[in-house]
Design a protein around this ligand. Structure first.
Ligand code: SF4
Length: 470
């Protein structure tokens, strides 16, 4: 889904560990963050708790870069640690805004790491400033930390519960004090969060792939509206008041964001993507010599398409493995010319062939337009585009950075017009119903806001006027 890589910015990944032993928990978090790197590449941070102290290190870039040169080894041993990889959805891309946020208040030292995006930050921030709060950063996580503190009366769990009643938007949180690790998922369960165990540790992570990376067994998903408290007394659970009957996890987690070896809310991301390819073959067949995916994320769907259609799966594009996900680079100027560096057409496979190219989604259209041209320049006689999701027609303010209608090729166009704009021979998308079918195995309901405009929160509750059709 390179188009989306070009245009949509993923939110973040969170990880936490509570160990029965005092040991090098920072290393566990590091490997967890490494597995979650696809969720954010701008900055990484780890905070470790031991003996009423929280020590942390944060830096710009990939976890491997931030924690090389000895930074990881300088973090102390401890029994609790949390970590975060970030893409900025609020707050500029700078070290000041990296997470975890570490804060001293009524509950002593605490650290907070957040995946998601609040839609009522301004209002919360103003209320807190009126009560003399001082902010150091522009990020939601600091608002959450200060809100928890202001409502806590010294009891962190009470503070978290009261704060959650005021938060609107998407949030999967890991929170750490000197003696507790707390995991929180918003009432709609918009972002994923799961629990795992090893012989000595309880682990919390955005995705199961991070549990696998640290040798933890999957225990269960954190439920929408659940507050999981892990301390020396074991694992306890509380629930927020007013949890909606229907969970609304972001369906884009299956389409693109999550790693395909993760299991989210009981269903394999790999299965969902393969099923998308199969449905494209079933509903939108076309005569062709080969089918290929935009690497890497659409290859699973392309194999599903090949299986059902009988059209052979052949690699049409080679990816430079040393280039990060294009969309992670926050500076538009940096993104402009990155496609040619990132991938190239495999001429020998394409020349004289009718090509079906599959991608996860199309946002602005810039990348897919270049891919179509790249395939034609390499000798493809026809290029048919098949997309594993519906047309993106609306912005998202729940943690994915599609800010305005004008960013979207599909806001004003139907399939035929998009096809013309991309220079393809045909373009077909899954419908909303078909996309839902690909995720039938999940025990969650879904947010489909960017496809059908139906967000978990009604548009008037968002602190933005960008949800208005322009
Ligand atoms: S609007 Fe789209 S990208 Fe945003 S949370 Fe909903 S499904 Fe995900």
């Amino acid at each position: 889904m390179d188009e989306i890589q070009d245009e949509i910015h993923e939110e973040c990944g969170v990880f936490g560990v509570f160990s029965q032993e005092n040991r090098n928990v920072a290393h566990t978090v590091y490997y967890g963050l490494y597995a979650l790197q696809h969720r954010g590449q701008e900055s990484a941070g780890i905070a470790v708790a031991f003996a009423d102290k929280i020590t942390y290190f944060k830096g710009m870039g990939l976890a491997a870069d931030v924690f090389s040169h000895g930074a990881l080894d300088e973090l102390p041993e401890g029994d609790i640690a949390i970590g975060h990889v970030r893409y900025s959805t609020t707050g500029a891309s700078q070290l000041l805004n990296a997470q975890p946020v570490v804060f001293t208040g009524k509950c002593g030292k605490m650290a907070v790491a957040h995946n998601g995006n609040l839609i009522n930050t301004k209002q919360l921030r103003q209320e807190l400033i009126r009560n003399n709060a001082v902010f150091q950063t522009a990020i939601d996580s600091e608002v959450i930390a200060i809100l928890i503190n202001s409502l806590s009366d010294g009891d962190i769990v009470q503070g978290v519960k009261r704060a959650c009643a005021k938060l609107k938007g998407s949030y999967a949180l890991v929170i750490m004090t000197a003696n507790k690790l707390i995991a929180v998922r918003d009432p709609f369960g918009i972002r994923p969060l799961c629990l795992g165990t090893t012989d000595s540790d309880i682990v919390v992570a955005s995705e199961t792939c991070a549990l696998d990376a640290v040798g933890a067994n999957f225990l269960r998903d954190v439920k929408p509206g659940e507050i999981v408290i892990i301390d020396d007394g074991g694992v306890k659970s509380e629930f927020m008041d007013d949890i909606p009957a229907q969970a609304r996890m972001c369906i884009f987690e299956y389409v693109y964001f999550a790693r395909h070896d993760s299991i989210l809310d009981g269903y394999s991301v790999y299965e969902a993507r393969k099923e998308a390819g199969k449905l494209l073959a079933k509903y939108y067949p076309v005569e062709a010599d080969l089918v290929s995916g935009v690497p890497d994320s659409a290859n699973v769907a392309a194999r599903g398409y090949a299986e059902v259609s009988g059209v052979p799966f052949v690699e049409a594009l080679a990816k430079n493995r040393y280039v990060g996900r294009t969309f992670i680079q926050p500076d538009q100027r940096q993104r402009e010319n990155s496609l040619n560096v990132k991938m190239n057409a495999l001429r020998a496979n394409i020349r004289g062939k009718r090509v079906i190219i599959i991608d996860d989604s199309i946002v602005r259209g810039t990348t897919m337009r270049k891919i179509v041209k790249m395939l034609r320049d390499a000798g493809a006689t026809e290029v048919h585009v098949r997309i594993c999701s519906p047309i993106i027609k609306h912005p998202c303010h729940l943690g994915i950075d599609i800010q305005t209608y004008s960013q979207l090729i599909g806001a004003y166009r139907d399939e035929e017009q998009i096809c013309k704009s991309l220079g393809a021979d045909s373009v077909r998308y899954l419908t909303v119903e078909q996309l839902l079918k690909t995720c039938e195995g999940a025990h969650s309901g879904f947010c489909l806001g960017c496809f059908n405009g139906e967000y978990p929160y009604p548009p008037e509750e968002y602190e933005t006027d960008k949800l208005k059709f322009e």
